[in-house]
Design a protein around this ligand. Structure first.
Ligand code: GDP
Ligand code: MG
Length: 439
């Protein structure tokens, strides 16, 4: 998607304003890029039409180039398409709140059940899980194990009774125990079939859930639109949870959900760990789709948050090339504190799409760098120039950290590259051109 969109922006280089004529080609690229990202055709059509109308209707904003303006319109429209704001979970007025999970097989329902329980537990809510997948005994065991892992009780009644009956018993038990939230995991099929829908309808009737969340694998392609539509029409959903967003997904499913069902994506799963569940932020997703990581919201937030003086100080530091190994270490350690690198890597501009192999590589790199920085003297950390100038120093660091001299040289080269990159980023914050367009 990213490369297709870059082609779109680049066609506007040198133009003064957006016109009906000069947006024809960029819009064709955007259309193609969206289709390649598995966004369904009707959604693409409406999107392209809406963006075109706005692009031509918008007057020239002072200091903003036409390509930037189109990026902004596309970004805003993507955010709107995905529901605009974060959609919070709804809780029942009187406990328990019941959340029913539905979806095809293998999309991550059972994992999400436990993740969601942990997520709500952290908000101070007591939860209970109900094991409703009666077709595979292993599915019940899986939920029981995950429940133990997150410290949430699981109601399981074996595979001999119907899911609707399990739901009834489980709900009764939850009421007895006064839990705040009941989460029911259900069975999925490889494809939508009548038996699955009937079963879900029965369960829904018994539970009268506050939330019916459709779990959708982010890798789902063109079928996402039909899938969401069918579940919504058949059982009525209140929202969706997008899973496996840590994978190499093209994002198409995220764009279709709200548009075809009117129901928002409420949460996203970003990994196999129980902690990897977060609210769905349409603006971040749009940034990911546009291949700019979080750069768009970063630019806005940076401008909002940073007071003028702070900005100037940071700018001075960067402009005078004072970004040193201490800053570097601080940065990588902050990343480590935030959790796995894979979670934050999506926020780095230009790294919207990375494979798990690339992430592992990056994590290894950080460890490698840290081990070399750790044996540097305070002076060396502050003045990378010292290392650039002295092979003896590099040799010593290599020896003490157990790395090769070549690896030390690479690290030194890297900090200088980083200074250049940070300088470019400052350019963006100053209102210069966006990085994806300038490189
Ligand atoms: P279900 O059949 O819908 O209940 O799916 P499961 O919960 O059993 O998940 C199927 C597989 O997907 C398991 O191997 C999970 O570990 C994996 N999985 C679930 N959610 C995520 C996610 O957000 N990221 C990744 N990478 N894997 C996930
Ligand atoms: Mg399951």
């Amino acid at each position: 998607l990213t490369s297709g969109l870059e082609a779109a922006w680049s066609k506007l280089k040198g133009e003064e304003v957006l016109t009906k004529e000069n947006i024809v080609e960029p819009m064709r690229d955007i259309r193609r890029a969206l289709l390649e990202a598995d966004v369904s055709l009707p959604v693409v059509r409406r999107f392209v039409q809406s963006v075109s109308e706005q692009a031509v209707g918008t007057g020239l904003i002072r200091g903003v180039k036409p390509d930037q303006q189109l990026v902004k319109i596309v970004n805003d429209e993507l955010i709107k398409l995905m529901g605009g704001e974060v959609s919070e979970l709804v809780f029942a007025k009187s406990s328990p709140t019941v959340i029913l999970l539905a979806g095809l097989q293998g999309v991550g329902k059972t994992t999400v059940s436990a993740k969601l329980a942990l997520y709500l537990k952290k908000q101070g809510k007591s939860c209970m899980l109900i094991a409703g997948d009666v077709y595979r005994p292993a599915a019940i065991d899986q939920l029981v194990i995950l429940g133990e892992q997150v410290g949430v009780p699981v109601y399981a009644a074996g595979t001999e009774i119907k899911p609707a009956e399990i739901a009834r018993q489980g709900l009764q038990e939850a009421k007895k125990q006064n839990v705040d939230v009941v989460i029911m995991d259900t069975a999925g099929r490889l494809q939508i079939d009548k038996a699955m829908m009937d079963e879900l309808k029965d369960v829904k009737r018994v539970l009268n859930p506050t939330e019916v969340l459709l779990v959708v694998d982010a890798m789902t392609g063109q079928e996402a639109a039909a899938l969401v539509t069918t579940f919504n029409v058949e059982i009525g959903i209140t929202g969706a949870i997008l899973t496996k967003l840590d994978g190499d997904s093209r994002g198409g499913a995220a764009l279709s959900v709200k548009e075809v069902s009117g129901k928002p994506i409420k949460l996203v799963g970003r990994g196999e760990r129980m902690e990897d569940l977060e609210p769905f932020y349409p603006d971040r997703m749009s940034g990911r789709i546009l291949g700019m990581g979080d750069v768009l919201s970063f630019v806005e937030k940076a401008q909002e948050v940073m007071r003028q003086e702070d900005a100037e100080e940071l700018q001075k530091k960067i402009m005078s090339a004072k970004f040193d190994f201490n800053d570097f270490l601080k940065q990588t350690r902050a990343v480590a504190r935030m959790g796995s690198m894979s979670r934050v890597i999506g926020m780095i501009p230009g790294m919207g799409k990375v494979t798990p192999a690339q992430i592992r590589e990056a994590e290894k790199n950080v460890q490698l760098m840290e081990s070399m920085i750790e044996v540097m003297t305070p002076e060396e950390r502050e003045k990378p120039e010292l290392l650039a100038e002295s092979p003896e120093r590099r040799k010593r660091i290599a020896k003490e950290s157990g790395k090769t001299e070549q690896q030390v040289s690479q690290l030194v080269a890297q900090i200088f590259q980083m200074r250049v990159r940070m300088k470019n980023l400052m350019g963006v914050m100053e209102g210069g051109s966006l990085p994806t367009m300038s490189n």
